[in-house]
Design a protein around this ligand. Structure first.
Ligand code: ZN
Length: 334
């Protein structure tokens, strides 16, 4: 695995460098991100496809119909990047990623998030030749989308607690040095909270650097335990039960809000930090009934999906817990 920071190039309008690519190029993108690139760059790909879904069957069909290319270039958010990664992996074509928003860590992870019957699954492993971070393009995305990116870093807070618990209760492998290093990512976010909120170049750099750091740590450990805990189970359960599409960062943030309370793990500190970086943890698009159903179903969902051990196995989530969560979110119940 590379040092991710070394394959990243950053700068204002740096995506113009795509114009210099030679050979046959395949761009995987979406309409809005592609439009943004067009305003900056005259780059003309050999072929362009729009990424719209990640169901494995659909992806395999696409791969079968493709010729060979010298480059596959993912331009956009998580779906475009993951689809480009999938094509690169299956067809062994060198990959360039140009994230136009930093709402998810997809461009910075080797594994590829696909869907099988609507359930997220991670497959493959692919490392891009280059990741292009263009401040000009990224800062055009709605700020709340970019800020949402920080949730997959703040998830370290609840994930580390679960990991430690699991090591004590189930004997799961635990690495205190990696846990310590992961914790430093939280400190770094805290030091730069205002820049992240502003989505300044510095704020973008902090998110990108912390993604890289986190990916390095997870790679070193062998899985994403240092950053994926019960807060992600909340997100997966919400997706599964409601069949709605959420902004990943926001639903994970909601998970952090709830699970830090269940863990009794500095909930006020982490909530304050989410406020400072401008991360929306309120689950505003969910009704009280849906929130209740999600939280009360967590244990059953976790068992069914055979997910990792966490606070959800340790503490009982009852009506009382749910009422407190709703109250703290300033939601009134009829
Ligand atoms: Zn995540």
């Amino acid at each position: 695995m590379p040092n991710w920071r070394e394959i990243i190039s950053r700068g204002d309008k740096i995506s113009k460098k795509l114009e210099k690519l030679s050979g046959k190029t395949l761009v995987v993108t979406m309409e809005i991100p592609w439009g943004k690139l067009r305003k900056i760059s005259l780059f003309e790909p050999t072929r362009l496809i729009y990424a719209n879904q990640m169901e494995i069957q659909f992806l395999n069909e696409i791969v079968e119909t493709l010729d060979n290319f010298d480059w596959v270039i993912g331009i956009g958010g998580g779906v475009a990047c993951d689809m480009a990664k999938f094509i690169s992996w299956k067809k062994e074509i060198p990959l360039i990623l140009l994230p136009t928003v930093i709402s998810v860590d997809a461009p910075f992870t080797a594994s590829i998030a696909i869907r099988e019957n609507d359930v997220v699954k991670y497959v493959g492993s692919v490392v891009p030749n280059e990741i292009i971070i263009d401040y000009n393009i990224i800062s055009q995305a709605p700020p709340e989308l970019n800020r949402a990116g920080v949730a997959d870093i703040l998830s370290i807070h609840t994930a580390l607690w679960d990991w430690r618990l699991s090591s004590e209760k189930t004997g799961e492998r635990y690495d205190s040095k990696i846990a310590e290093e992961a914790k430093k990512c939280l400190d770094f976010v805290e030091e730069n909270a205002e820049e992240i909120r502003k989505v300044s170049s510095k704020g973008i750099d902090v998110i990108v650097d912390m993604y890289c750091r986190e990916v390095d740590l997870c790679t070193e450990f062998g899985n994403s335990r240092p950053e994926e805990g019960s807060e992600h189970i909340v997100a997966y359960c919400a997706e599964y039960l409601t069949k709605e599409q959420f902004l990943h960062g926001n639903i994970v943030a909601f998970g952090i809000f709830c699970m830090s309370r269940l863990q009794e793990n500095f909930p006020d500190w982490i909530t304050g930090l989410m406020d400072r970086v401008g991360l929306d943890f309120s689950a505003g698009n969910l009704t009280n009934d849906k929130i209740r159903k999600i939280l009360l179903s967590l244990k059953e969902f976790k068992d069914q999906s055979d997910l990792f051990y966490s606070v959800i196995d340790e503490k009982i989530i009852d009506e009382n817990f749910v009422s407190n969560i709703l109250k703290e979110l300033n939601r009134y119940e009829r």
